[in-house]
Structures are given as C-alpha cells and as structure tokens.
Ligand binder design. Structure first.
Ligand code: AQP
Length: 321
C-alpha cells in the first residue's frame, strides 16, 4: 500500500505544516509511503524562480531533518521530464470541461488578471504525480478531494481505453491532526504564504524569533487562560499548540497557567524544543551541500525508477514513442 503526500514550496515550512502533517509523515508513515516537495505546483501563480529553487531545497532538508527516510522523499521537478510526458498523456485523456469544473481553479482564478494556464491544468499534473508513482492512497483534505477524483477518472479512462497501466488511487482522509491558527489572526489557519509573517512561526526560525512571535500572539478578552475555541480562539490556539508539542489535553492545560504571560512562555519553550532538532538538522544539511545533493539525487532516481515503466507504457499505448 503506497500513500503519496506532498508539500508545496510556496513559502518556508511553518509550525502548522509540521504539527499537522510532516511530523506525522515521519512518525507514522508506512515503509512504502512517499513524500515530495511539489515545486512545480508552486508555479501556477506569480513566482520568483531563484526563491522557489531555494525554498524547494530548504523543504527537502526540513523533511529529512524531521525524520522522513531520505529514500522516501523527492523533489517533484527532478521528475519533470516523466511528469511532463505523463501530464500530456493525461491531458489527452481529460476534457476541458472536467478541468474547468475544478472548484479550486474557479476560486483561485476569481478576480485574477492573466491567470496562468497551469492553474487550470495543475490537477492533471497532480494526477500525473499520483499515477506515476502508482500510489494507492492519497491523504487529502476536502479542498483536494475533487482533484484525486479526477486522477481516479483519468486512470480508469486510460486503462479502459488504451490498456491497463495505472493503479486507480483513492482519496483518504488524513488522521485529524492539529489545525494550527495564525498567531496574529487566529480565525485563519497558519500559512507559509501569509502576507504578514508576524503570526507565523517558521520551522527554521531562531528561538528568539519564535519567542517574540508567541509573546505577541493575539489573546482574547479576559486574563486567565481558558480553553474556548469558539469565543477565545487566540488562547485556544496557544493551548492547542502546547498540547500538540507536549502531548497534554488543551482544556486541562488551561487550568495550569495563572496568566497569559506564563502560558505564552510555556508555549514558546515547548515550540522551541519541538523545533530544535529539525532546525539544527536542516541547517546542518543545508550547509553540507554535497550530502544534500546526494540525498536529492538518490530520492529522484528511486522515484524515477518506480515510475519509468508507466510513462513508457502509457506513451506506447496512446500511440507515441
Ligand atoms: N495551519 C496548519 N495546521 C495544520 N496543518 C497544516 N497544513 C498546512 N497548514 C496547516 C498541512 O501541511 C501539509 C502541507 O501543506 P501544503 O504545502 O500542501 O499546502 P497548504 O495546506 O496550503 O499549506 P500552507 O502552509 O497554508 O501553504 P500556502 O500558504 O501556500 O497555502 C498539508 O497536509 C496541510 O494540510
């Protein structure tokens, strides 16, 4: 059983990515599961090439430092040729209407001038990501379910029209993990690409930066911490983060702190300790260029080997190569 999950280098890895996803990938992922840095997906809207390249490298280092086995990780663009070929095959298997129906496309394209064609077609690239690796399961939130459905449709259609090549993947719900909110605006989720970074703790932030951001976190009325996500989302977010880092229960933890200040210090300590090994490991890897390059190359080769026969079979059956 192969599960495939990705992280997009649309910004630096943040605490929510870590507590909600990547930490779990490292701790609970099956031996055959695959993880990738989806840098091609970060090109569907305006982007800076040099920044994107450096973010992709950084994310690879963070995933490995988090504890994901290096042979389970790869960078998407290292497979660009195979993915490009497979995307074309799948685009020739997909109707325009099917792509244009994607809710994510409609939402992201709304009000945007000069919408990139890739914003319309990226679900087909996502199908290629999944089908190339022969993934059985794709853990995704509600917003990406429709895209996995499209991958299923295209796999079935290709198999029945041209010949059996693809595993038909299934969307599975990821285990419910922490949903970390922005510290400055706790109604929104914490995001790598947030315009204002004041409320976002990045995994590679230095300890004093982490502490500063947590000390400035928005709190709600009242002075004694209580766990009430509906009416006091700021404090609830801090308690959720603390619980996620220390393993406690947020409602019970609330009673242990006499003031916001004491709670914030405890949250800062816990987050700094949680992120320390990742920051140190990733920084070490990022300075060891040869080692990081070796890990990257090995991951790319393994991922390419896993998929090569599917690309050549698909091209041959559809009438090319
Ligand atoms: N705040 C969060 N709390 C818990 N989990 C989160 N994830 C993201 N933010 C939080 C999970 O991280 C994984 C990788 O995310 P992604 O790169 O696929 O894209 P995303 O969900 O859109 O993440 P961001 O940080 O919010 O990026 P931008 O700013 O580009 O939109 C996913 O499993 C995601 O659920």
């Amino acid at each position: 059983m192969v599960q495939l999950s990705g992280i997009t280098p649309s910004g630096h890895v943040q605490l929510g990515n870590h507590l909600g996803a990547t930490r779990r990938w490292a701790a609970e992922g099956g031996a055959d599961d695959l993880y990738f840095v989806s840098d091609l997906h970060a090109m569907t809207t305006a982007h800076n090439p040099a920044k994107l390249r450096s973010l992709a490298t950084e994310q690879l280092a963070v995933l490995v430092a988090t504890g994901i086995a290096p042979d389970r990780v790869f960078v998407q663009s290292d497979l660009a040729r195979d993915l490009g070929a497979l995307t074309w095959v799948l685009e020739c298997t997909c109707s325009y209407g099917e792509a244009a129906r994607m809710i994510q496309f409609k939402e992201k394209a709304k009000g945007q001038a000069g919408v990139r064609l890739s914003l319309l077609t990226y679900p087909v690239l996502m199908a290629a990501d999944i089908l190339l690796q022969g993934a059985d399961e794709v853990p995704v939130g509600e917003d990406q379910r429709q895209h996995v459905e499209l991958a299923r449709t295209l796999a079935r259609r290709f198999n029945s029209t041209y010949g059996e090549v693809f595993t038909v993947p299934e969307a599975v719900l990821p285990p419910t993990g922490a949903r970390v909110k922005d510290l400055a605006d706790p109604e929104r989720k914490m995001s790598k690409s947030a315009r204002d970074e004041a409320g976002v703790v990045f995994v590679l932030d230095e300890p004093d930066q982490v502490r500063r951001k947590i000390r400035r976190a928005r709190t709600d009325g009242g002075s004694i911490p209580a766990y009430s996500p509906g009416s006091r989302p700021g404090i609830a977010n801090l308690l959720d983060i603390l619980a996620s880092c220390t393993g406690g229960d947020p409602a019970e933890l609330a009673g242990q702190y006499p003031s916001y200040g004491v709670l914030k210090d405890a949250v800062a300590d816990a987050v700094i300790e949680e992120l320390r090994p990742i920051r140190e490991g990733a920084r070490a890897l990022l300075t060891d260029v040869a080692e990081l390059e070796r890990v990257r190359k090995a991951g790319a080769e393994r991922a390419a080997d896993r998929g090569a026969h599917r690309v050549s079979a698909a091209l041959r059956l559809i009438g090319a190569a």
